[in-house]
Design a binder for this molecule. Structure first.
Ligand code: GDP
Ligand code: IMO
Ligand code: MG
Length: 427
C-alpha cells in the first residue's frame, strides 16, 4: 500500500502540477481533496502546456484514475469546460474520472458574491481568484450548501435552492443593485449538469479505502499551499479550505493511519499572488527580474506573482504543520540568473530573533528577515539529470535548505518539462 499526500509548502504555485504529473506515472489513482477552480496546475509535456483547475493532473497519464474529493467545491461550468477541453486534446476520460457525491457545488451566486464581497472590502481586499470559493465554503459551514448528491432529491434541492436564491438576491440586488438571479434557470441548469455527470458520481471513500486494501498506489493532490490554509495560513489573507495534509484525510474519507508519506512541493525562492504579508518580498526592481526569469504569472488569473527569496522559516513551519517527509524543490533553474542568492534563516522582530513562523498578522508584517548569502552558479542547469552534475554552488544551496528544514530533498525540478527532473534518491 502507498498513499502519498503532495502539498504546496508556500503560498501556492510551487509546481504541484508538474510534480504530481511525474509521480502519477507510477500511480493508480490521483485524488484532489480540497479547493476548487481557484487552483491552476500546469503540466508541460513535449512543449505542450495543459493547465488544470479542477481535474487532477493525473488525468494526463492514461493508466491513472482521477477523483474529485468531498472536500472540494465544484463549479459545473468549469468542470464541463475542462472535460471538454482535455477530451478534445485527445485525453480519454471515460471510466477514469469520478466525483464524490458529497462534494459541494459552486452556484452562480457564489461567483457573483465572491466578486461583490471583494469590491466591498476596498483597501482590505484579499485578491481572491473570483471563482466563488469563499462564498461556497461559507454556505457549506453555514449548512445551507448544496452537494452533488442533493440534486438527486429534486424536491429538496429546489426548496433549498429557492431559499438560498431569495437570501442571496437580497444582497445581490437590494444591496449591490445587480440583476436578480432566476430560480428556474439555475434549477434547470443543475438538473442538466446532473444528467451529464451521473456516470461519474461515486462514493470515493469506499472506492479509495478498497483501493488501499488492494495495494494500489495513490496520490492525494493538494491545491493552494500551507500559508493559504484557513487554519494555518496568513489569515485572513488565505483561501477558505485546508490545503495542508490534514485536508486530505477529511476531504477524501481516509483515516490518518492510511497515509504513508507527505511530499512538500517548494519553490527554490518564494512567490505569492494576491494580498497579505510576505516577509522576504523583493523590492520592485529585483522582483521584476525574478518574475521575468521564472515567468511568474498566475495560471488561473494571469496576475503577476509577487516574488522574494527562499524563506526557511516558512519551510520549517510547513514541514511541521504537514509532517513533510521530503521536499520536491522546484524552479532551481530560475536561480541560474543571479550572481548572489539569499536564504532567510530566521526573522527579527523588535530586536528579538524569531525561529518560528508567527500567527499575528502585525508581527508577520513587521518582521525583518535574517539572511544568509550564497554564491550563485550562473550556469544553465536545465539539462542536468543527476545531482552530481549540478554546480557545487547549487548543491551547497540545496544542502543548506535540507539542514535548515531538517528534511531531505527527494526531487529537484530544473524546468517545466517532465524530463527536467532530478531524483536524489528513490522515495
Ligand atoms: P501549481 O499551482 O503548484 O501546480 O504551480 P503552477 O502551475 O501554478 O505554477 C508553476 C509554474 O512553473 C508553471 O508554469 C510550471 O510549468 C512551471 N514550472 C514547474 N516547475 C518548474 C521548474 O523546475 N522550472 C521552471 N522554470 N518552471 C517550472
Ligand atoms: P494553486 O493550486 C496561488 C490565493 C488568491 C488569494 C487567496 C484567496 O494553483 O497553487 P480564493 O479565490 O481561493 O478565495 O483566493 O488565495 N490563491 C492562490 N494562490 N495558487 C493557488 O492555487 C491559489 N488559489 C487561491 O490569489 O490571495
Ligand atoms: Mg497554480
Amino acid at each position: 500500500m502507498s498513499v502519498t499526500v503532495v502539498i504546496g509548502s508556500q503560498w501556492g504555485d510551487e509546481g504541484k502540477g508538474k510534480i504530481v504529473d511525474i509521480l502519477s506515472q507510477n500511480a493508480d489513482i490521483v485524488a484532489r481533496y480540497q479547493g476548487g477552480a481557484n487552483a491552476g496546475h500546469t503540466v508541460v509535456h513535449d512543449g505542450e502546456k495543459t493547465i488544470l483547475h479542477l481535474i487532477p493532473t493525473g488525468i494526463l497519464n492514461p493508466d491513472c484514475v482521477c477523483l474529485l474529493g468531498s472536500g472540494m467545491v465544484i463549479d459545473p461550468v468549469q468542470l464541463l469546460t475542462e472535460i471538454e477541453e482535455i477530451s478534445s486534446a485527445g485525453v480519454d476520460v471515460e471510466g477514469r474520472l469520478f466525483i464524490s457525491h458529497r462534494a459541494h457545488l459552486i452556484m452562480p451566486y457564489h461567483k457573483l458574491l465572491d466578486n461583490l464581497n471583494e469590491q466591498a472590502r476596498g483597501s482590505q481586499a484579499i485578491g481572491v481568484t473570483g471563482r466563488g470559493i469563499g462564498p461556497a465554503y461559507i454556505d457549506k459551514y453555514n449548512r445551507v450548501g448544496l452537494r452533488i448528491v442533493d440534486i438527486l432529491n429534486r424536491e429538496m434541492f429546489r426548496k433549498i435552492l429557492a431559499t438560498n436564491i431569495k437570501d442571496k438576491n437580497r444582497i445581490i440586488h437590494e444591496l449591490h443593485g445587480e440583476p436578480e438571479l432566476d430560480l428556474d434557470e439555475i434549477y434547470n441548469y443543475y438538473l442538466e449538469f446532473d444528467k451529464k455527470i451521473d456516470p461519474l458520481i461515486k462514493d470515493i471513500s469506499i472506492y479509495l479505502n478498497k483501493a488501499i486494501d488492494d495495494g494500489k498506489r495513490i496520490i492525494c493532490e493538494g491545491a493552494q499551499g500551507t500559508l493559504l490554509d484557513i487554519d494555518w495560513g496568513t489569515y485572513p489573507f488565505v483561501t477558505s479550505s485546508n490545503p495542508t495534509s490534514g485536508g486530505a484525510i477529511t476531504g477524501l474519507g481516509i483515516g490518518p493511519t492510511r497515509v504513508d508519506s507527505v511530499l512538500g512541493v517548494i519553490k527554490a525562492y518564494t512567490t505569492r499572488v494576491g494580498r497579505g504579508p510576505f516577509p522576504t518580498e523583493f523590492e520592485p526592481e529585483m522582483e521584476k527580474l525574478m518574475r521575468e526569469a521564472g515567468d511568474e504569472f498566475g495560471a488561473t488569473t494571469g496576475r503577476a506573482r509577487r516574488c522574494g527569496w527562499f524563506d526557511a522559516v516558512i519551510a520549517r513551519y510547513s514541514a511541521r504543520i504537514n509532517g513533510i517527509n521530503s521536499w520536491a524543490l522546484t524552479k532551481l533553474d530560475v536561480l541560474s540568473n543571479f550572481d548572489q542568492l539569499k536564504v532567510c534563516v530566521a526573522y527579527e522582530y523588535k530586536g528579538k530573533r524569531l525561529e518560528d513562523f508567527p500567527a499575528d498578522l502585525n508581527v508577520i508584517s513587521g518582521v525583518v528577515p535574517v539572511y544568509e548569502d550564497f554564491p550563485g552558479w550562473r550556469e544553465d542547469i536545465s539539462d542536468v539529470h543527476r545531482v552530481d552534475d549540478l554546480p557545487d554552488a547549487a548543491n551547497n544551496y540545496i544542502s543548506r535548505i535540507q539542514e535548515l528544514t531538517d528534511t531531505p530533498v527527494e526531487i529537484i525540478s530544473v524546468g517545466s518539462e517532465r524530463s527536467q527532473t532530478i531524483r536524489t534518491f528513490q522515495g
